[in-house]
Write a protein of this length. Structure first.
Length: 377
């Protein structure tokens, strides 16, 4: 792998589940775009549009979609989930099944439907057993319209079996909506094996891209079933005919993009995904798994409590640990002040290395955690 990251040696970056650093190629792509814009304005706009289509093609390949026409670009995971939640046609008494320990993006949007009589039912991971997919199905009934879950839970890194969950939802006639932000870029995804109806993910975590630009996939069979609540010049079928009066939405996923695209973010995310493509998702998954296994080994050796799943098939790139008899929030603040980029999540310290993270950084991080905890009052 080329030297794609320019992190200072005293910064231990184990926080890809929050906001990732950009690869050098992404930084350079943004510089080139800014320089071109400053010198030439929009003279090369057709080339910008080509980059937009290339990005959609990369995203389609990343998830195994049929092509760029099945990919929409949203501002965020929250926006895409909101388009789904408020685009479906509900009746009072319908319900949504999800997980209690969701990031607010995949909870608030469904809870907001209470105003029209739609109930959000949540599985509590703290009391759930080992068969999470079956327990989610047990919460469903004849009024369930959709199961809305994260592929990988943000705080402790619990991964759902989307292949099995998708099959169970299809068998019972439920839609499946997946927040993939903690999985895409860390794990391979394939719509052919994981039959989800909606998949959303912002680009600033494991995809190594910028904030403010998100993937939105909608099953082509359902595109016309989502009521649109955002409108503009970009989402109409004849996008370039500004004088046409009898407009209608585009037939493909572009109908969800109401206005001007985020061209700066598009150039950045396109560059970041080019790196993931060159590395290959199978190799990235293996590299991350090796780093999580190393962190687990180091945590066990120091007597830390592991809050993340130990089963390899139930985890991705997140390992959350708890140091006994220590104020976890105070420990987190002390670690951050010393240059260990981590997060306070799920009652412990969340570590999230990527495929390029040096093993030496993992060893240093765990030593820092142990030494810092020993100094805590």
């Amino acid at each position: 792998m080329p030297d794609e990251f320019d992190l200072p040696p005293d910064l231990l970056y184990l926080n890809h589940a929050a906001v990732s650093p950009w690869p050098k190629r992404t930084v350079e792509a943004v510089r080139r775009f800014a320089d071109e814009n400053g010198r030439l304005g929009s003279r090369n706009y057709p080339h910008w549009l080509a980059t937009e289509q290339r990005l959609k093609g990369r995203l389609a390949r990343l998830i195994g979609a049929g092509g760029p026409g099945e990919i929409a670009l949203a501002k965020s995971t929250s926006e895409a989930l909101s388009m789904i939640a408020w685009g479906l046609r509900w009746e009072s008494g319908d319900n949504v099944v999800g997980i209690m320990q969701e990031f607010p993006s995949n909870r608030v949007v469904w809870e907001s439907l209470a105003s029209i009589g739609v109930h959000w039912r949540a599985l509590d991971l703290d009391t759930a057993g080992a068969d999470l997919e079956a327990e989610l199905m047990a919460l469903c009934d004849e009024r369930t319209r959709i199961v809305a879950v994260s592929w990988v839970q943000y705080a402790r890194g619990l991964r759902l079996d989307l292949e099995r969950l998708g099959r169970l939802c299809r068998e019972r006639g439920f839609l499946l909506c997946v927040d993939g932000i903690q999985g895409l870029g860390a794990l391979p995804f394939d719509l052919g094996r994981m039959p989800v109806d909606f998949l959303v993910a912002d680009g600033h975590k494991w995809l190594l891209g910028p904030e403010g630009l998100a993937l939105f996939y909608c099953n082509p069979a359902l595109i016309g079933h989502l009521t649109l609540h955002q409108f503009g010049w970009h989402m109409v079928a004849d996008m370039g005919d500004f004088d046409r009066r009898d407009w209608h939405p585009a037939d493909d996923a572009r109908r969800f993009e109401c206005g001007s695209p985020n061209m700066l973010g598009i150039h950045a995310l396109d560059a970041s995904l080019s790196l993931l493509e060159e590395e290959g998702m199978a190799q990235i998954e293996q590299a991350i798994a090796e780093r999580i296994a190393r962190l687990e080994e180091l945590a066990d050796a120091r007597g830390f409590e592991l809050l993340s799943p130990r089963e390899p098939l139930r985890r991705a790139g997140i390992l959350t640990l708890r140091v006994p008899d220590v104020d976890q929030q105070a420990l987190y603040k002390a670690l951050m002040s010393q240059g260990l980029m981590c997060a306070s999540r799920g009652g412990g310290i969340r570590l999230s290395p990527h495929f390029y993270t040096p093993f030496e950084a993992l060893d240093r991080a765990m030593t820092m955690i142990a030494d810092t905890a020993a100094r805590q009052p």
